[in-house]
Design a binder for this molecule. Structure first.
Ligand SMILES: Nc1ncnc2c1ncn2[C@@H]1O[C@H](COP(=O)(O)OP(=O)(O)OP(=O)(O)O)[C@@H](O)[C@H]1O
Ligand SMILES: [Mg+2]
Length: 242
């Protein structure tokens, strides 16, 4: 069943057009990846799906309803949540305060308290560092916090923008295990943007290759892995670490 469908979306900033005619789909509890070189427009497409960038053309359908151009709080409430590139955690707030911020669209205090406990058991490091400032965490710990904060919104779709950026191979493995578990544990689908092709190709069922704002290639992950064109275009220059 298709949960999210992006059709012919065009985006930009001021006079600059970024995404051109971009289309993709995401199924229930599916993991799908968007690969592509720097500046291709991957983050802009995720930000558009999350409601942070208004598309200039095209349509976004989520859970059977048209949500094109809806603001981020509405999208979060519906269940579409972005874990942004660079983590963006609040360095002066504690780990627990950061977690609770993820539930900003919710009003169910008991459910939120229960979910803080759930996150602390799924990410034990966050329990150990509950009262520490976000800024005191390592890069990997901040990434876990960013993902956990996203999950606090009880998303149906988690948009993960480069979760492995700057992490050691060991931590990339941990992130990989977490991504693989998100569907089963939290019932969410994952749309994963990654520069680490090794990680993306090892967790996703399907993928899209974005180039100059357009979807150049799409298909099942085995096909993308084997595709010589894809290697030539993109994978050749990327170190696979997962
Ligand atoms: N806020 C902004 N204002 C103006 N231009 C922007 C803005 N954000 C991104 N861009 C431009 O849009 C284009 C696509 O950027 P985007 O961040 O979506 O690419 P990306 O594929 O995520 O790249 P990366 O792999 O480096 O994260 C780039 O040329 C970038 O300079
Ligand atoms: Mg990006």
């Amino acid at each position: 069943m298709t949960l999210l469908s992006v059709s012919n979306v065009t985006t930009g900033y001021g006079p600059t057009v970024v995404n051109r005619d971009a289309s993709l789909t995401l199924g229930k509890t599916e993991i799908v990846t968007i690969l592509g070189p720097n500046g291709a427009g991957k983050s802009t497409l995720l930000r558009t799906i999350a409601g942070l960038v208004k598309p200039r053309a095209g349509q976004i359908i989520f859970d059977g309803e048209t949500v094109t151009g809806q603001p981020p709080d509405v999208m979060a409430k519906r269940g579409v949540v972005l874990v942004p590139e660079g983590r963006r955690i609040f360095v002066d707030m504690t780990v627990e305060e950061n977690l609770r911020l993820g539930a900003y669209t919710r009003r169910d205090a008991d459910g939120i308290n229960a979910d803080v406990k759930t996150m602390e058991s799924f990410f034990p490091i966050l329990a150990a560092k509950r009262n520490d400032k976000g800024g005191s965490l390592s890069g990997g710990q901040q990434q876990m916090l960013a993902i956990a904060r996203g999950l606090m919104a009880r998303p149906k779709v988690l948009l993960l923008d480069e979760p492995s950026l700057g992490l050691s191979p060991l931590l990339v493995k941990e992130i990989k295990a977490i991504i693989l578990n998100i569907g089963e544990r939290f019932g969410a689908s994952v749309l994963l943007v990654e520069q680490n092709a090794g990680l993306a190709l090892s967790v996703a069922a399907r993928g899209y290759l974005m180039q100059n704002g357009r979807i150049a290639i799409s298909g099942p992950i085995e096909e993308l892995r084997d595709m010589s064109l894809m290697r030539e275009l993109y994978l050749g220059g990327i170190k696979e670490t997962a």
